[in-house]
Design a protein around this ligand. Structure first.
Ligand code: NAD
Length: 295
């Protein structure tokens, strides 16, 4: 395909996702506030780094966002004190595909305002982390009209394996936040459990092996305990700041729905406190270190 894609947000996830688009034959124009990331694509003929978001989008059939959070996303789309928004420069009839993890309320509003100016919108957040981004096997959750889902499906298949339409615009960002809340709850529960088991004198590797062959098994026990926690590496590629943002979105969503949110509240509290305590740049698996600091 020779379709022109613009990709804004070339971080840990954005870079491998763009690599898969280039491999599939798309022409990609990239933009990131950090211009050093351009070097990651040196020698790739179909990739061009743009010096501004506004310039990057003007010719794109599809603009993909892979940015940290809704306040940054809204600034990029609509502008703020520091920057001009891309909204006035997007081609009429083109697509804005927000693959970041963001607030469903903001996404719903963005969908409506973009539709009013002739731009199609879907939210298409991903799950699976850097490894699945590299392999092109992300789980991609899509919110938007059925028609827009059909039109973006082939493009999303380049980056993901399981692609699920969950509802109207904003719905995917809600489901993504809920997924990450469940995942974070698992991470915290496993951290508390392993540290208590260790204090009791048990071998945490054996304990985790039992979890993995029992009903406590979850993504933390299967993929994070050995690789990133017990090893002391704490380098999964998903930051604690982003996890904390996600559980806050989930809590707000659950509260907005007027539903029971006791565990979600605790999860936000632990995530935020760990984030403050461990400081900027901490990996989400370092929650284990934070929990350990209390013994
Ligand atoms: P990251 O921090 O590595 O990358 C974000 C990029 O956005 C950075 O390169 C940053 O310079 C850039 N950026 C920030 N503000 C910008 C602006 N105004 N204009 C242009 N670029 C800007 O984050 P990531 O891990 O790649 O995550 C991106 C999104 O994907 C987040 O919403 C995150 O929650 C979600 N996500 C991450 C993972 C993961 O495992 N890392 C998994 C699934 C979803």
């Amino acid at each position: 395909s020779n379709t022109h894609i613009t990709f804004i947000g070339l971080g840990l996830m954005g870079v491998p996702m763009v690599n898969n688009l280039l491999k599939a034959g798309f022409r990609v124009t990239g933009f990131d506030l950090n211009s050093e990331v351009a070097e990651k694509f040196s020698g790739q003929n179909n990739f061009k780094f743009s010096k501004s978001a506004v310039e990057a989008v003007s010719d794109a059939a599809v603009t993909i966002l892979m940015l940290p959070d809704s306040s940054i996303i809204d600034g990029v789309i609509w502008g703020n004190a520091g920057q001009e928004g891309i909204s006035a420069h997007l081609k009429k009839g083109s697509f804005l595909v927000d693959m970041s993890s963001a607030s469903p309320v903001s996404s719903r509003a963005n969908n409506q305002k973009l539709n009013e100016i002739g731009i199609n919108y879907v939210d298409a957040p991903v799950s699976g982390g850097v490894k699945k981004a590299i392999d092109g096997t992300l789980s991609i959750i899509v919110g938007g009209s059925s028609q827009d889902f059909e039109k973006t499906h082939a493009l999303l298949e380049v980056m993901g394996k399981s692609i699920t339409h969950v509802g109207a615009a904003g719905a995917a960002h809600a489901v993504k936040a809920l997924n990450n809340y469940i995942s974070a709850a698992g991470l915290i529960a496993v951290s508390e459990s392993l540290i208590a088991a260790e204090k009791f004198g048990l071998d945490t590797h054996v304990v985790n092996k039992v979890f993995n062959t029992s009903t406590g098994k979850n993504n933390t026990t299967e993929n994070k305990v050995e690789n990133f926690m017990l090893s002391g590496a704490f380098n999964s590629g998903f930051s604690l700041a982003l996890m904390s943002k996600d559980v806050q979105i989930a809590l707000k969503f659950i509260e907005d729905m007027g539903c029971y949110s006791n565990l979600a509240q605790q999860c936000v509290k632990t995530s935020e406190e760990a984030n403050q305590s461990l400081g900027k740049g901490a990996d989400h698996t370092a929650v284990f270190k934070y929990v350990k600091s209390f013994q």
